[in-house]
Design a protein around this ligand. Structure first.
Ligand code: UDP
Length: 368
């Protein structure tokens, strides 16, 4: 029986704690915040609406092990996520699909015609693989759609030119030549009926798991445990001694009103002169619930400063060296496993986070 110290009570820390506790080990989970669930935390707002406190989280996966795992701990309600975007005073359908293309170009093209039109007249071809976000967009959708839907939003979201960002960010989004407007392609899409926090609480609900909130696991105390799992920021584990990795943080402006504010859960704003990236109206995540009031949040992205909550690892194309140095140190550190979006400094979705946590737990079990 080993004693495990775990930094962070989000999906990574909780799933690993559960796996190790079930294997007979004792897990001490610490989180600096006063709740579990990390940035997936949900709570009932005074309006009665269930809100995703740190921005919209939709669970989607094609990983059967992960889907089974999350269903073990809570009631997942099927939910098909759709997103609209307002640009230049008009509302368009996202992700870019046949409706979007026909709206933008004022046409009524068929799938074949639209495909021929975009690939034949819009996209540019490169003599190399797209090396950044902008190149990826120009080869995928062309100049007009890029300018409308991606350039402004991306500058607001990441605070830099899309030419400095990895192409992989855009590859998160589908491009479709039909009228399918689901935001994700995965076969399983759902939102927990009572939110993510009760699910994470259920994962942590085991007699061999001890959770301490409002308290950090200090890296200096790592030697008190047989093994440490670190889901906090990678650079924080090393005291930022090589310098700070870049993160984006978010600010939310809350508005409470009556009825239906925007008729959809997420409305993006592509224009660069509108300071927020999107507005999320949370009651639309639970169409089965009825609330007279509504609450929505305008979301603003800015550079993370010490003390802010980190949300997104920035991973600038030209900023790999510092990351590689920290990664090398992480790989050389024994007795500690780095997991999750912050611990591995990657833009991971919830399902990938859980999948990797389960794999990490298997690897730790084999070590102990
Ligand atoms: N994006 C964009 N315009 C949009 C939506 C997304 O340019 O209307 C880009 C932007 O760079 C964003 C990325 O695509 O960071 C991924 O979008 P997603 O909706 O997956 O972001 P998340 O919900 O994770 O913040």
């Amino acid at each position: 029986m080993a004693s495990i110290g775990i930094a962070g009570a989000g999906f990574s820390g909780a799933s690993i704690a559960r796996e190790l506790a079930e294997a007979g080990h004792v897990c001490h989970v610490f989180d600096t915040r006063d709740h579990v669930g990390g940035n997936c935390h949900t709570e009932r707002h005074e309006t009665g609406v269930l809100v995703h406190r740190y921005g919209p989280h939709i669970f989607h996966t094609n990983n059967e092990r992960v889907w089974e795992y999350i269903n073990r701990f809570g009631d997942m309600v099927p939910y098909n996520h759709k997103v609209k975007t307002t640009v230049e005073g008009t509302v368009f359908s996202l992700p870019v699909n046949l409706h979007t293309i026909n709206q933008v170009f004022g046409t009524s093209m068929s799938p074949v015609e639209a495909h021929r039109f975009i690939t034949g007249t819009q996209v540019i071809s490169l003599d190399h693989e797209p090396e950044n976000f902008e190149e990826q967009a120009l080869t995928m959708v062309g100049h007009r759609l890029y300018k409308l839907f991606f350039e402004g939003y991306t500058r607001k979201q990441w605070g830099v030119s899309p030419t400095s960002l990895p192409a992989s960010i855009l590859r998160r989004l589908p491009l479709r030549f039909n009228y399918e407007d689901s935001y994700f392609n995965h076969p399983h899409q759902a939102i927990p009926a009572e939110g993510y926090t009760p699910i994470v609480e259920a994962i942590l609900d085991h007699e061999a798991i001890h959770v301490t909130l409002g308290t950090a696991l200090e890296p200096a105390l790592a030697s008190e445990y047989d093994h440490v799992v670190w889901s906090g920021p990678l650079d924080a584990y090393f005291g930022y001694d090589l310098g700070r990795l870049g993160y984006r943080t978010l600010d939310f402006e809350e508005v409470v009103t009556h009825g239906d504010f925007q008729g959809t859960p997420v409305m993006n704003y592509g224009d660069e002169d509108i300071p927020y990236t999107r507005i999320t109206e949370h009651k639309h995540f639970a169409p089965g619930e009825t609330h007279d009031q509504t609450v929505y949040f305008r979301e603003f992205s800015r550079e993370h400063q010490p003390g802010d909550i980190p949300y997104y690892p920035v991973r600038l194309v030209g900023d790999q060296q510092l990351l590689e140095q920290y990664e090398a140190r992480a790989a050389a550190s024994s007795g500690v496993t780095f997991v999750g979006r912050l611990g591995t400094y990657r833009y991971l979705d919830m399902d990938v986070t859980i999948a990797e946590a389960l794999e990490a737990a298997d690897a730790i079990k084999a070590l102990l």
